[in-house]
Design a protein around this ligand. Structure first.
Ligand SMILES: C[S@@+](CC[C@H](N)C(=O)[O-])C[C@H]1O[C@@H](n2cnc3c(N)ncnc32)[C@H](O)[C@@H]1O
Length: 235
């Protein structure tokens, strides 16, 4: 579609699997939590204990995990967090990857719940927040119009940059659609939870072209995925 990609700044670094793998190597988490695991492709990058959540598992890439604790929750993430499993078991993930439903309110809730149950100072990665055209940001995925779909989760990055200046937020240029990495989760911070309804009122039905594509991409600088991979290879 003509002009759809104008002003979008496309992520062009190494792919997000390489970045996630390097993050596992550097962070050495003791408990990894993943929302949206499907085939186990990204889940297989971890070699620590893990919690995987997805209403529809179709595991192909992770079938054995000797010596490790593995928790699978076949349900929507809202149900998982509402179950209070983490509070009851006193488990606190120190690295989380949020990669589920591509509607911003889902990712926002995963961020709120994931941070509230994270280990203090834990890392949280958010996928697909950097679209490279407008069609892929539509809330309904029409596959004949776009093969790659981010939905409107770019809004969560805009919200975090606006509402959470206390967070260390890096936006890596990992293809295809960036990886947002938060390095200092604060489980006691309730700003997003307290403002959830107001945030929805502000951001509902906002399309990226109305928000401003340039405004969005001017609000952050891409962090260098290649440099991160080089640093971690030296570890
Ligand atoms: C893009 S796929 C995940 C891909 C995987 N993380 C990877 O990189 O290999 C998104 C997954 O989110 C799951 N999903 C959709 N809605 C969800 C929800 N409410 N809670 C948790 N997972 C959800 C889908 O079933 C799907 O398997």
């Amino acid at each position: 579609m003509l002009g759809e990609g104008a002003d979008f700044v496309r992520a062009s670094g190494p792919d997000y699997f390489r970045l996630l793998k390097a993050m596992h190597k550097q962070l050495k988490p003791s408990l990894y939590l993943e929302v949206g695991s499907r085939t186990g492709n990204s889940l297989a990058l971890t070699d620590c204990d893990f919690i995987a959540i997805d209403p529809v598992f179709n595991l192909k890439h992770l079938t054995v995990f000797p010596g490790r604790q593995a928790y699978f929750f076949q349900m929507p993430s809202d149900d998982f967090f509402a179950s209070d499993f983490l509070a009851k078991t006193e488990l606190r993930p120190d690295f989380s990857f949020l990669d589920s439903m591509h509607h911003y309110e889902f990712l926002l809730r995963d961020m709120i719940n994931g941070e509230a149950t994270s280990a203090p100072g834990g890392a949280i990665a958010l996928h697909d927040c950097c679209p490279f055209n407008a069609v892929m940001t539509e809330r309904k995925w029409v596959r004949r119009r776009t093969r790659e779909w981010t939905g409107d989760v770019w809004e969560v990055l805009a919200i975090l940059l606006d509402k959470r200046p206390d967070l260390s937020i890096k936006v890596y240029d990992a293809v295809p659609t960036g990886l947002v990495v938060i390095e200092n989760a604060d489980p006691n911070n309730t700003v997003l939870k307290d403002q959830y309804d107001a945030i929805l009122a502000q951001y509902d039905c906002v399309e990226i072209k109305d928000y401003g594509v340039t405004k969005f991409f001017d609000s952050f600088e891409y962090a260098d995925t290649s440099a991160y991979l080089t640093e971690t290879q030296a570890l």
